[in-house]
Ligand binder design. Sequence first.
Ligand SMILES: Cc1cc2nc3c(=O)[nH]c(=O)nc-3n(C[C@H](O)[C@H](O)[C@H](O)COP(=O)(O)OP(=O)(O)OC[C@H]3O[C@@H](n4cnc5c(N)ncnc54)[C@H](O)[C@@H]3O)c2cc1C
Length: 363
Amino acid sequence: MIHTHTMKSPDTLVIGAGVLGCWAARHAISSGEQVLLLESRHVGAGASGGFLGALMPHMPDSWNPKKQFQYEGLTSLDTVVEVLEEETGIDCGYRRCGRVMPVTNAKLVQQIQRRVDGAGKYWDERYTLSFREDETAFINPSVASQGVQADTLSARINPRNYMKALEASIRAHCMIMEGAEAELIRSVGDGFEVELSDGTTLSAGRVIVANGYEAYPLLQPFMDEMNSGKPLGRGVKGQAMLIEHEHDDTMPVLYHDGTYIVPHAGNRVAIGSTSVNDWEGQGAHHFDEADLGFYDKAIEMMPSLRDAPVIERWAAVRPRNTMEGRGTEPFFGPVPGQEGLYALIGGFKITLGIAHIASRGFL
Ligand SMILES: Cc1cc2nc3c(=O)[nH]c(=O)nc-3n(C[C@H](O)[C@H](O)[C@H](O)COP(=O)(O)OP(=O)(O)OC[C@H]3O[C@@H](n4cnc5c(N)ncnc54)[C@H](O)[C@@H]3O)c2cc1C
């Protein structure tokens, strides 16, 4: 049965309560709008609700607007997280811990020098990037055969706590409907109708689509022409493990060949990677025990993790855009030709560090 929800139409309806949707809701609330946030499962149930939480800058050689944007995201997080923590009393587990990457090949040294120069030019002097030939700090020396590249801009956050804090900051100020799956968006008059899978129809002046890789089918009818009928993107799966490992929390993020090792408070270390393209037939949250390449790489980088107890295994799917003329670039903003319809989708592996600014540009 089709029926219309009794709530007065909100100014803004946000689809998806991941880090992007929650930030969009938070910004819209701050602008004084009435906001309805739809979530098919529960807040943080998607790719944002894991435990990896690496906040890694793009390499500062060949600077471009995208790198500048991400830099602004990363450097503003100190204050943003502090405000959220003060407001909610929830510790987001944030620390600017830096990052160390092994240098495995002498040919890379020249490239790293360009990165060192770029950091000197484009990063504030508080943050450094260096090449250390004789020091392999935290990384198995046999992997870092040529030394390491180290930076002090990278950071880490506990994604689940960050999501809890975000949720707590918006819950009292907007309506959050969990278990509400948006199935179809229709443009009507000067607004939109959103049809849910249970038949409910909601209307709003403005709709922000922020439901991760599941946004593609909702957006396809509006962006089909722009994308010459091709798919707007697809989901890329990632897997992670949370490991108990004693450390004094001075450790940086370690990164090599697609695998992250991220130190967290309370003697936890998370490892993971986000590059499984072929996950057809598997559930988005199914942890594939046959795909442990990232675990082997992590052990190689940091052998002391070998016998450490695994506390949790987690898998999720993140969006990867394939939009004409934009490649895999994220899409943050108005959908062309559809006044009042916005999309927040993509951002690859860096969304946790930019969600707070990616979602504010058009609000
Ligand atoms: C294993 C793994 C590790 C990662 N590690 C990092 C990292 O270290 N650092 C980093 O910055 N990024 C990392 N990422 C990427 C990052 O997690 C994602 O890019 C980001 O969380 C995406 O946020 P989002 O808000 O777009 O989507 P999600 O967090 O996926 O949120 C989308 C929400 O929409 C809901 N939804 C879906 N369909 C509908 C519908 N039809 N109606 C209503 N609601 C719906 C979902 O339930 C979900 O809650 C990682 C990703 C994975 C998979």
